[in-house]
Design a binder for this molecule. Structure first.
Ligand code: FES
Length: 186
């Protein structure tokens, strides 16, 4: 065979596709872009988590003040459960130290914060977590709860309805249930 026949044909290398170095460069570029994309995603998630921490459920939280109907809607010895799920409140027409009152009790157990349930037959609030029990007036008498349920402020609004204000709480063990803002006499 003559020497001239063994020479590479012009352009043959170009048709074999990218060189190994070219492939490495492309792979590296893709990895770089993937890295930037992942970094961006993490930064976005972090920003969203920070915003949620700074403005927690600002639009979803139920209002602190809300109307619960007229005093006449509450017969004596009645516990109203309608406001428990949305507001975490029992509205009760009961007695405290012999005085008939309407008051708003927190549904949160004073042991470790579980949500109490009302047991109509036993006329008591019961905590399903560790068994604490509270009389209708909110005083604890059984289980590990160290103190009574808390009261929220309640008053008669201008339209004659009862209005609960969860921004103010009253604790029996501190003598705060004597505060006239913690009940409506009946
Ligand atoms: S949280 Fe209610 S008894 Fe423990």
């Amino acid at each position: 065979m003559r020497r001239a026949d063994r020479r590479p044909v012009a352009g043959a290398q170009g048709r074999r596709g990218p060189s190994r170095r070219g492939l490495l460069r492309i792979t590296f570029s893709w990895l770089l872009w993937l890295g930037f994309a992942a970094l961006g995603a993490v930064a976005g998630l972090w920003a969203a988590a920070t915003a949620r921490f700074l403005f927690p459920n600002a639009l979803k939280e139920p209002p602190q003040r809300f109307k619960v109907g007229f005093p006449a809607d509450y017969p004596p010895a009645h516990v109203e459960s309608r406001f428990k799920d949305e507001h975490g409140v029992w509205v009760v027409h009961g007695t405290y130290r012999g005085q008939a009152q309407i008051y708003a009790l927190s549904s949160v157990c004073t042991h470790l914060g579980c949500i109490t349930i009302w047991q109509e037959e036993q006329k008591r609030f019961k905590c399903p977590c560790h068994g604490s029990a509270f009389y209708m007036d909110g005083i604890n008498y059984e289980g590990p709860a160290p103190r009574p349920l808390e009261r929220y402020a309640i008053r008669i609004a201008d339209d004659g309805q009862l209005e609960v204000d969860k921004s103010r709480t009253y604790q029996e063990e501190l003598g705060q249930w004597h505060d006239p803002d913690s009940y409506v006499p009946t």
